[in-house]
Structures are given as structure tokens and as C-alpha cells.
Design a protein around this ligand. Sequence first.
Ligand SMILES: *Cc1c(COP(=O)(O)O)cnc(C)c1O
Length: 381
Amino acid sequence: MNNRRIFLSLSKQSGFEQKYIQKALDDNWITSGGPNVNDFEEVLENYLDAESYVTALNSGTSAIHLALVLLGVKTGDEVICQSLTFSASANPILYQGAIPVFVDSELETWNICPEQLEIAICDRIKKGKKPKAIIAVHLYGSPYKADEIHAIAERYEIPVIEDSAEALGSSYKGKKCGTFGAFGILSFNGNKIITTSGGGGLVSKSTQLKEKSIFYATQSKDKAVHYQHSEIGYNYRMSNICAGVGLGQMKVLDKNIDYRREINHFYKEIFKDIKEIKLFQTANKDFFSNYWLSTILVKEYENINRESLRLALENANIECRPIWKPMHLQPVFSGYPYYGGNVAEELFKKGLCLPSGSSLTKEEKERIKEVIHIFFNNYNS
Ligand SMILES: *Cc1c(COP(=O)(O)O)cnc(C)c1O
């Protein structure tokens, strides 16, 4: 059997990328911003909905940072953040000198828990500081409980930054992820559902906010002939070459989503008779996931656990990763407030992400299936 490494989440080329990259070269527009960037933004805006404006940036992390800047988050302010996520959701809070307040997940979507969110808000207010923003995440493409979370946010008048880095194409009650919050953020990193080789998007609700975000992303240049600055700026704009890759990728976004959902179904079949494994699937039709990554929970039983399964796959050169380690357990964020129990912690202990890439081949799927079957037959016999 061929033993080439199977990666967790490789992208797939559409074949149209070259055309747009060539256009950037032909236009001699090899810098940040430009015609491809404008076109890429327009394609994304049409994909999301009529009321959303997209600013193309050099990463999803920059998008979160600019959302905090636009919301006026400053030194000493508090920002609530889902604990179970990638560190990029929380790092920009620290870039602003603000204080992250982490909140646990619930078991249905694995995302920020409405009850714990409200407890956290009330307690922070009681302690004298109302949080300036809430960062909620659609983890692995699974939409968070948008109705509940946004009702709470509205009741306390706290804007939501919707981290949709993993959820382009996912939706809740038919509305696309990335369009619920005061700001939404997208990522086009190499491992996401589409890639620009590296890039991100800030989704906002007005042309004024879009213009202001471009202003900050291009070094906050005031209107003047000379270089004049009255605010701190950033170099966060997407390059015209990267946007070319993005334009090519947008042509296969829906195909990628179909394929990743098919992979989820493939795992469902593999695990249907294995009682130690619970494949994560969305709760009901309100939640539509792009299944960016398929994830499972491994119930400990004799020698079976998350780590023994991961190692069996790793020994066959198949990459799997534990679920994100919660932020409140990270050394760099220790000492910041945390609200909740051990839901996120248990998901981290038992959870495993399985190969889900858009270019996963039939042969690779067979290899994965075989390793899993051998692993469980060994243990069950
Ligand atoms: C990837 C990711 C980001 C950051 O995106 P980059 O484009 O890599 O900076 C933020 N949040 C989550 C949940 C992510 O998975």
C-alpha cells in the first residue's frame, strides 16, 4: 500500500487560479489592493448576502484585530471570547492591550454556551466593567446557537465579532455564517475551506465601515499630498496576487463544501457500528455545517482512547489532530477570567479531527478506513 502522508486539510485547486494570477501580472498590479482584490470582495459579498460588505485582508487574524479596533476596544477593556477555539481568535484582544474573558462551550454545537455567556456578562458588570465585545466562533464549520447568543448580546448591548474563519458556506436557519455579528471574519489560510495561500476577510454592515477598515489596513493615511497620519495604521490589506487565487477558489467553494460533507458521511458509515466513537454532526436542519473538518469523540474503553487511535493513524502516516486546546488552559492565557465548567476541556480530551481535505482521494479514504477497521478489530476481538 502507498504510504504517502495523508494531511488533515489540504486545499484543492480549481484550475482557474492561474488565469487571475496571470491577469495581475499582465496588469503589472503586483502589490496590495487592486482589481483582483475588488473583484474578490464583490464575489464574496454576493455569496454572503445583500447587506454585507467584505474587506479583503492578509489574514483572518488581522480581520479580528481590525474588528476590535473598529469597535474601539482599548487598553484595559474586557472582551469575552469562546475558550474552545484556535489562539488566533483571542490573540488580537492582547494586541489591543485588552483583557480576554473566556467562556465554556455547550455540547450541541461545541461553541460558546449561552448560559455561561450570560453568567459571565452579569458577573463582569457586577465587578464594574461591561465587556466591550463578544467573540463567538463557528468551530469546524458548525454554527453556534446564533438566536440565543445574539439575543443575549442585544439584551446587554454588546457587539458580537463572529469568527467564521472555519465556516465560510455554513449557515444557520438559511442565513450565511459571517453575516450575524456586528463584524464577521473569514480566513483564506491554506488549510481552510478555500485558500488565497494566506488571507482573510472582514465582513461589515456599511460602506463607511468597509472604507474605515481599508483605511486602517493601509496605514491610516489621511487625505493629504504628503504622508499624514492622525491614527495608528496597519499593513493588513490583501495582495492582488492572493486575491487572484481567491477568485479561482470561489469557483469551487460550493463543490468543496459538498465534498467535505460527503467525507463526513464517509466517516459516519465507518463509525456506525463502533460504539466507542461519536461522530460530531449538527443537531438539526437549522444548523448547516460545511464540515470543514470532521471530528469525533473517543470514549475511553480498555486500550481505546483518543491518543491510541491518533497514534494508530499516525503510524500509518495519516495526520489527525486533537480538538483545539481551550484558551483558558493555555499557558499564555493563564490568569485571565474563565466562566464555565469542563465541557471544552472534555471535548479537548476526547476529541479528534480526521482528514477532511478537499483533495482527499478515494484511495486515501480506503487507507483511512482500513487503519480504523484494523484498530477496532484488534481491540474488539
Ligand atoms: C484559522 C483561524 C483563524 C485565523 O485565520 P488566519 O487567516 O490563519 O489568520 C481565526 N480563528 C479560527 C477559529 C481559525 O480557525
